[in-house]
Write a protein that binds this ligand. Sequence first.
Ligand code: ADP
Ligand code: MG
Length: 679
Amino acid sequence: MPSLQDPITVLAGVGPKKAQALQELGIATVDDLLHYYPFRYEDLKVKAINEIGDQEKVTLKGLIISEPIVSRFGRGKNRLNVRLMIDRVVVIVTFFNQPWLKERFTTGAEVAVYGKWDAKRKGLTGMKVLAVKTDEDPGFASIYSVNKHIRQQTLVHLIKQAFDQYRDLIVDWVPAYLRQKYRLLPERVIVEAMHFPADVQAAQQARRSAIFEEFFLFQLRLQTLKRQATLGAQGQTVAYNNQQLRAFLSTLPFELTRAQKRVTNEICRDLKSPYHMNRLLQGDVGSGKTIVAATVMYATVTAGKQAALMAPTEILAEQHYHNLSRLFNDFPVQIALLTSATKPKARREILAGLADGTVQMIIGTHALIQKDVQFAALGLAITDEQHRFGVNQRRILREKGQQPDVLAMTATPIPRTLAITTYGEMDVSTIDELPAGRQPIQTQWLRSNQEQSAVDLVRQALQQHQQAYVVTPLIEASEVMDLKNAQAVFERMQAQFEPDYRVGLLHGQMSNAEKDDVMQRFKADDFQVLVATTVIEVGVDVPNANMMIIFDADRFGLSQLHQLRGRIGRGQTAATCLLIADPKNQTAIERMQIMTETNDGFKISQKDLELRGAGDVLGQRQSGLPEFKIGDPINDVRILEVAQIEAQQLLSESLGTAAERQVLDQYLQHYQQRDQTLD
Ligand code: ADP
Ligand code: MG
């Protein structure tokens, strides 16, 4: 019996080779093929000249009134010009680097050309020469993304074949009550209109329905995963001691902000519940996530369980270790630090302590997820800067305990759009205010020929007994160049400031011990200026360093600039960040402007998202961010939100008919297998 899950090879003309090419496009089954939608449409209908907007893509039909002329320009480039008479207007059609098209233009003949209209020039940059069928418009073309092993026409042909043979098997995934509520088309109509639309309106209508469907099904998968994680697997009840927790909080030198209190409560509620916590804690740099982490780790310890905190770098792990050791100085808590730099003997002792439960809090790097690290009773697993870890690394840490509660922290705040798509399976807590009394960081953008004034500003800060970071450019794909650059900047800064002030250097090629040494000395004011590559990016805290120069700032992404800048502005005096950049393109210019305008991490990441796209902001693989085929989580965010709410409701209230739910169950089972193989 034919089924939509039939392999693509059932279609005539698809052998192993073509199947492989299709596989590369993510098409394995007939169903995949039918849902492989065009990414755009070309309107090949002939238009009248006065209807065409500037830069619009159109088809023009007219009489050829001149010999085509091919002329050369630049290096190996050429252009073909030919004049057409259209609606009694003369139009110049230009084709670049396709001199052979000359043969298609015979003076006196009629021709149709598809291309881009330049209204000022009254000219068309040609893209395609079309056959002229009198009285019949060339019409409408669906454009698919293809690879070099498969052509547009082949794909169109296969889709036609599949649609003809399987159209009756196409079922509605979106239940009728939702289709009615949102005026969505039935599935069969969507598939047909997406591939073979009668006109622009039909394609757009179908697209809206298809986007809803895509988001809805995606949310259904995500929410199902979430329910399985929370309802299926019993978590731990971390019955912490409220009195002890209060006693700890009263020893802090400051009061928690409202936001800190709120998120701490949210986490504590989860700890106490028997369900498995899977929570994201997001808060801008400097919003005080560490103290929240320390508090809930202590809560875990008062419940007789262990808490682990994993950080992406040695420096960060050390810093957390020092901070926590200080915070719990007067409390009987056993805290240990485990990194790759930990000496074998100490490591053995720590491992033994973790295994028998005497070590209650452990802070570390990837060293924490080595095979031989075992816990007596891991109750809470926290990852700091969670996006720096892969999905698998986070899972391994989690599996060191029996369904421990999980908290992922991030200083890259993400807009709601992304939270919905990426972390739909997590609960999100947000610290949306900074501790009172912070001075906003002033950011200025200077050109590279103004380096001296930047240096002068740094000198002024040094004279006030402050310290400064100088961040050297990031040179992609070359650590050697990175180092060379850092070295050069280092020497330049030495020439500027020594012997009055001392200059240190920190770069990625140093051993961890060397890096830590430099950081500690900077903290101790042994150096007043620290020249560094992006090694300092995450979490490092030196309150007296309140000035920063970032060279070639246009080479960094917005979020990264924001992270770097977050190293300063942690003390009592006003902080200044100087971006030095000669950006070459509009997006880079915009990035510099945004940095000078706002310190708000949420605004910055929203902007980053708009400028770069979602995949780049979080890193496709690590974030597990899905690539939507038709929906765009930024532009179609309203549909995404509605789809999320509807998916949640359908699951929790068992909405729709039994038959509809069965169709969805089949869909979910099918895709669950696929999702699992992705990891
Ligand atoms: P991040 O969220 O970037 O990890 P940290 O936890 O490093 O931020 O906190 C930044 C600084 O703010 C630290 O020096 C910390 O001691 C301080 N801090 C945290 N919470 C408060 C608060 N409620 N009031 C005043 N200072 C605070
Ligand atoms: Mg932090």
